[in-house]
Design a protein. Structure first.
Length: 164
């Protein structure tokens, strides 16, 4: 069976867009009033999970340490353990509320690997469904995300409370 490439042309806006020196992940250990704050799904002691503001797919999450580090070997044992535990929790959450068929998981370590923020490590957890790529991103340069990120964040936070 021939594999089809995953095209995400809308990402070019992010790639070519104006960059600032400010790390959008930093400062989120406390309430900041920024849009990113509204996208946080769960806070741990050392790491947090949030919806990606430039998602590849519905429910695309980022899991990151609060501390500004750029590589896995810079994480403490506690940060690494909490990062993976949070990832497992978020996978369970996404399975419960979105029922995806599969997931893409991974780090983009370094600018040349595609990291939008090369020096603040973050883990991507992307839910996938059979046939989830269609003509809209390719022809219309449009993603089909069925609700606002803020509403998705609220739904996920409520579901976390229901799991506990």
């Amino acid at each position: 069976m021939m594999k089809k490439p995953l095209w995400a042309p809308w990402r070019m806006e992010f790639i070519r867009g104006e960059k600032t020196d400010e790390c959008f992940l930093c400062g989120l250990e406390k309430s900041s009033g920024r849009r990113e704050e509204k996208l946080i799904i769960r806070r741990g002691k050392l790491v947090f999970a949030m919806l990606n503001a430039f998602p590849y797919n519905y429910g695309h999450l980022l899991i990151a340490p609060y501390r500004h580090v750029g590589d896995l070997d810079q994480l403490t044992d506690e940060e690494l353990a909490e990062l993976m535990k949070m990832t497992v929790e978020m996978e369970k959450l996404l399975k419960k509320i979105l029922s995806p068929d599969a997931f893409n998981l991974g780090f983009n370590l370094g600018k040349d690997a595609g990291a939008g923020v090369a020096d603040h490590l973050h883990f991507h957890l992307v839910p996938r469904w059979k046939g989830d790529t269609n003509f809209m991103p390719v022809i219309a340069d449009t993603r089909c995300v069925p609700e606002t990120l803020e509403n998705t964040a609220q739904t996920m936070r409520k579901a976390i409370c229901d799991l506990e």
